[in-house]
Ligand binder design. Structure first.
Ligand code: XUL
Ligand code: CO
Length: 441
């Protein structure tokens, strides 16, 4: 330990389901082998620097509730202290990754050269620490939404000076991400959207965003950054409407600007809910399009309608999310970033640890292998007709279409629903009575 913030807390251990300590893993055993891989390698947990160390407990109605030794965060001395505590927490939790924005780790001096100098200085300090600790960088990113200069957008800002500032900022953040061996670089555009269409030129703004992202991709190739570039969808908040609305919108955008091979998607639970989807839907869609990059794991309160960024505790939701991730081949460069914050009255140092331990334990769901086995069986049954249609020989497909026509005329296909035994092909009835949906002919 380099600081006494966490007092004498020892590294968290797996104690098994009978443990009643909130500072021990009851279910998450990083070394357990599931589906041929260590649990830690499946899940690739990351701590988000911004919620745990930079956020001071404010909400739209009140300011700081946490009183941390690294406050105020406006000087480099406290940035070092914050780094010490952050890396202490990483070694207590033993999670393999962390993520950060430039603005989380260095003070804001209001001008680019000073911000660049302190960003480089503090990330050199990270580099030293990372030599002695196992925690690696899952992704780096730029905060281009908090400072007043971004109030009218970053890459979509009509002021060319702000566009240039944004480009220089992202370049500096990609450089430090590369220096720290980061496995991805993320762009989330909280101010890339509009407040009113009456002062917005959608076509020009989207072209600017496409141009900016193309520059990011060019720079990735120029410096030989081996990681993945990811965009993070969110429909609104802080803007009324954000251009990266959801996974489908992002995919359309990336294809329009020919970026789909270089850019994938970082999906966040709370953002999926704000977009009127489920987390599961967003992940399944990205997987089916080959576009899943990484996930920001948290939980939105279904009653509030805000992006509440709570720690996850909904086991069925988490299980379904991982079902789709694993079915799609699992994470490649991505992982599970806890984009989650404490409640603002959880002011004790220990709460930071307990919140992460509890969240990591929810991933016990991955151990429920039944979800994988059963889920796959349901899917195969449900989509058997498609497989036969698309993977049979031409002759079979013609015969199949003919049968479909005949059966369609005779049975209830007009409603779009029929039962399996009325619609089996070539193998008789396997699951009589199961309802399957078929396309109308
Ligand atoms: C905001 C959000 C961000 C991104 C990174 O809702 O999720 O913290 O994850 O900028
Ligand atoms: Co996020």
């Amino acid at each position: 330990m380099t600081h006494d913030f966490f007092k004498d807390l020892k590294p968290i251990q797996y104690e098994g389901p009978d443990s009643n300590s909130s500072l021990a893993f009851r279910h998450y055993n990083p070394d357990e082998i599931i589906l041929g891989k260590r649990l830690e390698e499946h899940l690739r947990f990351a701590v988000a620097y911004w919620h745990s160390f930079a956020w001071e407990g404010g909400d739209p109605f009140g300011g700081l509730t946490f009183e941390r030794p690294w406050h105020p965060q406006d000087n480099i001395k406290n940035a070092y202290l914050k780094a010490d505590v952050a890396f202490d927490m990483f070694s207590i939790l033993g999670q393999p990754y962390f993520c950060f924005h430039d603005a989380d780790v260095r003070p804001d001096q209001g001008n680019f050269p000073d911000n660049l100098a302190t960003l480089n200085e503090i990330t050199d300090y990270f580099l030293d620490k990372m030599k002695n600790q196992k925690t690696k960088l899952l992704w780096g990113t730029a905060n281009m939404f908090s400072h007043r200069r971004w109030m009218a957008g970053a890459s979509t800002n009509p002021d060319p000076d702000i566009f240039a500032f944004a480009a220089a900022t992202v370049k500096s953040c990609m450089d430090v991400t590369q220096k720290l061996g980061g496995e991805n670089y993320v762009l989330w555009g909280g101010r890339e959207g509009y407040e009113t269409l009456l002062n917005t030129d959608l076509e020009k703004e989207l072209d600017q965003m496409g141009r900016f992202l193309s520059m990011v991709v060019d720079y990735k190739h120029k410096i030989g950054f081996p990681g993945m570039i990811l965009v993070e969808p969110k429909p609104q908040e802080p803007s009324k409407h954000q251009y990266d609305f959801d996974v489908a919108t992002c995919i359309g955008f990336l294809r329009k600007y020919n970026l789909e091979n270089d850019v994938k998607i970082n999906i966040e639970q709370g953002h999926a809910i704000l977009a009127g989807h489920s987390f599961e839907h967003e992940i399944a869609l990205a997987v089916s399009e080959g576009m899943l990059g990484s996930i920001d794991m948290n939980r939105n309160d279904y009653q509030s309608g805000w992006d509440t960024d709570q720690f996850p505790n909904n086991t069925p939701e988490v299980a379904l999310a991982y079902y789709h991730i694993i079915k799609g081949g699992g994470f490649q460069t991505g992982g599970t970033n806890f984009d989650a914050k404490l409640r603002r009255q959880s002011i004790d140092a220990e709460d930071l640890i307990a919140a992460h331990v509890g969240a990591m334990d929810v991933f016990d769901s991955l151990r429920r292998r039944r979800v994988f086995g059963e889920g796959e069986r349901f899917r195969r049954r449900r989509t058997r007709t498609f497989d036969q249609r698309y993977h049979g020989s031409d002759e079979e497909n013609v015969r199949y279409d003919e049968r479909k026509l005949v059966r369609g005329a005779n049975h209830e296909l007009a409603s779009g629903v029929c039962t399996n035994d009325e619609f089996s092909f070539d193998g008789g009835v396997e699951e009589s009575g199961e309802r399957v949906f078929v396309e109308r002919v």
